[in-house]
Design a binder for this molecule. Structure first.
Ligand SMILES: [Zn+2]
Ligand SMILES: [Zn+2]
Length: 260
């Protein structure tokens, strides 16, 4: 099993989790074109499904191409409606907390906090993906922090997720506070929006230190900003904090995800 990065970041996200027989496409923010087909060894029949985290163009813009080609396309109601996917027979609704199986892949969508440019909440999910070839993959992107909302007697609490036995992490690490604060050409309201909608290096480090990495092979940092990040520093700091191999997601990167 391998993980191929087709694209990662605000210009378009798409990742392929595949072995010889089966492939799962994570995110459809880039066209279903020659690049994707070549990365699949021109064997598009092995695509079991496409899973889309939320409605934004860099994740969902090209979902219709997969759906209209007849591939099972899983998205939340909000994405289906805003991306005009209603009525396409291969489009399937999904909800956080409700797992499903496609081929040998088990997929559990779980909720993340993310916002639209107008400040409204954008329903977004991360994915826990399990397959006998790669073990458990935990994917999260486009969120301020890796927490779930829990209502207790004294109010709303944000509790960090604690998923056990994760072999491969795909963690958003979008921006560096020091770089974004220094930036003169980003208006303050945009800085605020980024900070509430994406993971800073500080927050990704918090996650990396909190989660159980006992079974973890490596950490892939995804959705790295073009202007507000330093991917070498990100990799260095996450590696130093965890002692795990760490990669920055760039188009064409292929990582061996096999655990056998
Ligand atoms: Zn995004
Ligand atoms: Zn987004």
């Amino acid at each position: 099993m391998t993980l191929t990065v087709i694209g990662s970041g605000s210009s378009g996200n798409c990742y392929l989790l595949q072995n010889e027989e089966e492939a799962l496409v994570i995110e459809a923010g880039l066209p279903f074109d020659q690049t994707v087909k070549a990365a699949l060894g021109w064997n598009t029949d092995k695509i079991k499904a496409i899973i889309v985290s939320h409605r934004h163009d860099d994740h969902a813009k090209f979902a219709w191409q997969y759906a209209e080609a007849g591939y099972l396309t899983f998205a939340q109601k909000d994405t289906i409606e805003s991306c005009h996917l209603n009525g396409i027979y291969s489009v399937k609704g999904m909800q956080p907390g409700h797992g499903f199986k496609v081929g040998g892949f088990s997929v559990l969508p779980y909720p993340l906090n993310h916002y639209n440019t107008d400040g409204t909440k954008c329903p977004t999910v991360g994915f826990l993906i399990t397959h006998t070839d790669c073990g458990r993959v935990c994917f999260f992107t486009d969120c301020e922090s890796f927490t779930r909302e829990v209502m207790t007697d004294d109010g709303l609490r944000y509790i960090p997720y604690d998923f056990p036995n994760v072999s491969h992490w795909m963690m958003e690490c979008n921006y560096d506070n020091a770089i974004i604060n220094r930036s003169k050409h980003i208006p303050d309201y945009v800085k605020d929006r980024i900070k509430h909608s994406h993971m800073s290096l500080t927050n990704t480090l918090k996650v990396a230190r909190h989660v159980d990495l006992t079974s973890t092979r490596e950490i892939l940092l995804i959705h790295i900003s073009d202007g507000n990040a330093d991917d070498r520093k990100f990799v260095r700091e996450i590696r130093a904090a965890t002692g795990k191999r760490c990669y920055a997601a760039h188009p064409g990167l292929v990582i061996d995800y096999s655990i056998r």
